[in-house]
Design a protein around this ligand. Structure first.
Ligand code: ATP
Ligand code: MG
Length: 429
C-alpha cells in the first residue's frame, strides 16, 4: 500500500480484538470516578497554540519540539492538544465554573498528540484519562487523587506492579530560591555537564535533575536538595499528604529528582511507575498547580490533577495477564436458522427475547449456510448456547437449545418460554 494510504507513524488503530480490554479499562475508571464524585468534561481536541505555550511553558520539551501545530484557513495558529490540563483550565475559566471558589472535580478521556519518537509505550497519538480538581488547596485532596488511583490498580489487578514516587517542588518562592542554588552549583561544573543539561541550565534548570546522562547524574549527587529549600507551608503540606497515605497504607518513595516536564507544577508532584514496560515506565503522573489558573488570566485558584496513559496501562494488563474472563467472551447465545421461513421467524423471535432481556448478548447468524458451517460459527463466537431453528422446530413452534460448552444435552424450548429459560441459564453482567 502506498505510504500516503497508511496510518501516520505513531498513530495506531485500535483493532476489534483490542477494544474489549480498552473498554474494560475505561469502564472501570469511569465507574470508580463516578463513585468518588468526579464529573466528566469534554474539551475540543484542537486549541489555539498560544494556550499551550502560555500554560505548559515555552521551554518545555512539549512546546519546544513535540507539538502538532498548523495554521488553519483563517491564518490562526492551532495545535492538536498535547495534554488535557491547559484545555480544562481554559474551559473552566471560559464558563466561569470555578468562580467564587466553587469546587470542581473533573475528569476527561481522549487522544493527545505529541511528535515524539514512536516506540513501545510511546506514540504520537496516545490516550489519557485525566483528573483536575479546582479550589481545594489542602493535602487531603492530593491524597484523594492518589488513593483513588491505588484503588484502581487494585481493581485492575496490577497493584503489586506499580510504585508511587513523590516529591514536593514547594511554592514558587521556595522553588525560586532552590533554582538559584542549583544554578550556582551546576555552573561550577558546567564543562562536565552533557549538552542537553548545559542548555537546560539556562532555560529550565530544574529539568537538569531529570537527566538520563550518567556523568551528569554523578555530579548531581552533591547538588543542593530541594527538600532543604521548602518553606514551612510546603513542608507542612507534604507532611500532611504523607500522613494520609500512611493512614491508608499506601507505600511510596520520595524521589527528590522528580520534577515533571511541565512548568506549572508547585508543591506535590507524583508518578506511578512500573518496571514491567521497559523504558516507558510511568503510567500515571501529576501534581499540584496552584499558580496556573492565575497565570492564564483567572483569579488565584488552587488546582491539582494527574493523567494516566491508557496505552501503557492496557499494555500492563496484557503483560500481567489481568484480562477478566467475561471480556474474552462476548456472545451469550448464537441463533442459527435454516431456510427462509426459519430465518424470518428467528429474527422475530430474537427481537422478542431482546425485549425481555435487554442485556442478553444474542447474536443472529447472518447469511445462510449449511448446518455444519452455522454451527462452526456458533462455536467460534464463544457463545455458551446455540439456538436452532429448522423445519422440525418451525412445525412445532419450538427452538432447539444446545449447550456449546458441555453443559448437558440439547432440549426443545417453546418460543413463548425462551426468554424465561435463557434468564435462568445466563447470569447477565
Ligand atoms: P514521559 O516521561 O514518559 O515522556 P510525560 O512526563 O511526558 O511522560 P505526562 O505529560 O505527564 O507524561 O503524561 C501523563 C502520562 O501520559 C504519562 O505518564 C504516560 O503514561 C502517558 N504518556 C505521555 N506521553 C505519552 C506518549 N507519547 N505515548 C504514550 N503515552 C504517553
Ligand atoms: Mg514526555
Amino acid at each position: 500500500m502506498s505510504k500516503s494510504l497508511q496510518a501516520i507513524r505513531g498513530m495506531n488503530d485500535i483493532l476489534p480484538e483490542q477494544t474489549p480490554l480498552w473498554r474494560h479499562f475505561e469502564g472501570t475508571v469511569a465507574r470508580l470516578l463516578d463513585n468518588y464524585g468526579y464529573k466528566q468534561i469534554r474539551m475540543p481536541i484542537v486549541e489555539f497554540t498560544e494556550l499551550f505555550k502560555r500554560s505548559i511553558g515555552e521551554v518545555t520539551d512539549i512546546v519546544e519540539k513535540e507539538m502538532y501545530t498548523f495554521d488553519d484557513r483563517n491564518g490562526d495558529s492551532l495545535t492538536l492538544r498535547p495534554e488535557g490540563t491547559a484545555a480544562c483550565v481554559r474551559a473552566v475559566l471560559e464558563h466561569g465554573i470555578t468562580g467564587g471558589g466553587q469546587v470542581q472535580k473533573l475528569w476527561y478521556v481522549g487522544p493527545m498528540f505529541r511528535h515524539e519518537r514512536p516506540q513501545k509505550g510511546r506514540y504520537r497519538q496516545f490516550h489519557q484519562i485525566g483528573l483536575e480538581v479546582f479550589n481545594l488547596d489542602g493535602p487531603d485532596i492530593d491524597a484523594e487523587l492518589i488513593v483513588l488511583t491505588w484503588r484502581l490498580w487494585g481493581e485492575l489487578g496490577i497493584r503489586d506492579a506499580v510504585k508511587l514516587e513523590l516529591n514536593s517542588l514547594g511554592t514558587s518562592e521556595s522553588r525560586g530560591r532552590y533554582r538559584e542554588a542549583l544554578v550556582a552549583f551546576l555552573s561550577m561544573h558546567l564543562d562536565k555537564l552533557d549538552e542537553d543539561s548545559q542548555r537546560r541550565l539556562k532555560t529550565n534548570p530544574l529539568r537538569v535533575l531529570d537527566t538520563k546522562n550518567a556523568d551528569t547524574q554523578a555530579i548531581l549527587v552533591d547538588a543542593p536538595k530541594m527538600a532543604d529549600y521548602l518553606d514551612d507551608e510546603s513542608r507542612l503540606h507534604f507532611e500532611g499528604l504523607k500522613a494520609r497515605l500512611d493512614a491508608v497504607g499506601i507505600p511510596y518513595v520520595i524521589n527528590p529528582k522528580l520534577v515533571r516536564g511541565l512548568d506549572y507544577y508547585s508543591k506535590t508532584v507524583f508518578e506511578w511507575v512500573t518496571d514491567k514496560l521497559g523504558a516507558q515506565g510511568t503510567v500515571c503522573a501529576g501534581g499540584r498547580y496552584d499558580g496556573l489558573v492565575e497565570q492564564m488570566g483567572g483569579k488565584p485558584t488552587p488546582g491539582v490533577g494527574f493523567a494516566m496513559g491508557i496505552e501503557r496501562l492496557v499494555l500492563m494488563l496484557e503483560t500481567l495477564e489481568q484480562i477478566p474472563e467475561e471480556i474474552s467472551r462476548q456472545v451469550d447465545v448464537y441463533l442459527c436458522a435454516f431456510g427462509e421461513a426459519a430465518e424470518l421467524a428467528g429474527l422475530a423471535l430474537a427481537e422478542r427475547v431482546r425485549d425481555q432481556l435487554p442485556n442478553l448478548r444474542l447474536q443472529v447468524n447472518a447469511g445462510a449456510g449449511s448446518f455444519k458451517s452455522q454451527f462452526k460459527k456458533a462455536d467460534k463466537s464463544g457463545a455458551l448456547y446455540a439456538l436452532i431453528l429448522g423445519d422440525d422446530e418451525m412445525a412445532q413452534q419450538v427452538v432447539g437449545f444446545k449447550p456449546l460448552r458441555g453443559q448437558g444435552e440439547q432440549q426443545s424450548i417453546a418460543w413463548d418460554a425462551l426468554a424465561a429459560h435463557l434468564a435462568t441459564c445466563i447470569v447477565q453482567g
